[in-house]
Ligand binder design. Structure first.
Ligand SMILES: [Zn+2]
Length: 75
């Protein structure tokens, strides 16, 4: 996917990603279908097939105005 231009100011956007923390590891965020389930100590859990089916989330940021767009492209 080629970097999009900002919808707000039409500046070319920079590719990046969101970081998640899991068991002291840094991981790329994933998009999962459906709703998360509340887990132990109210920590959200993504279970079974839902976790395996997750798609890495790609984020594009506009350096001029800070607008961010996110995508979950096919892997
Ligand atoms: Zn912009």
């Amino acid at each position: 996917m080629s970097p999009p231009s900002c919808l707000r100011c039409e500046t070319p956007m920079e590719k990046g990603f969101y970081v998640d923390f899991a068991h002291a590891n840094l991981m790329q965020s994933r998009w999962c279908a459906g709703d998360p389930e509340p887990g132990w100590l109210r920590i959200t859990e993504v279970k079974g097939a839902q976790a395996k089916a997750g798609i890495r989330v790609v984020a594009y940021r506009c350096a001029a105005c800070g607008y961010i767009e996110t995508y979950a492209p096919p892997e």
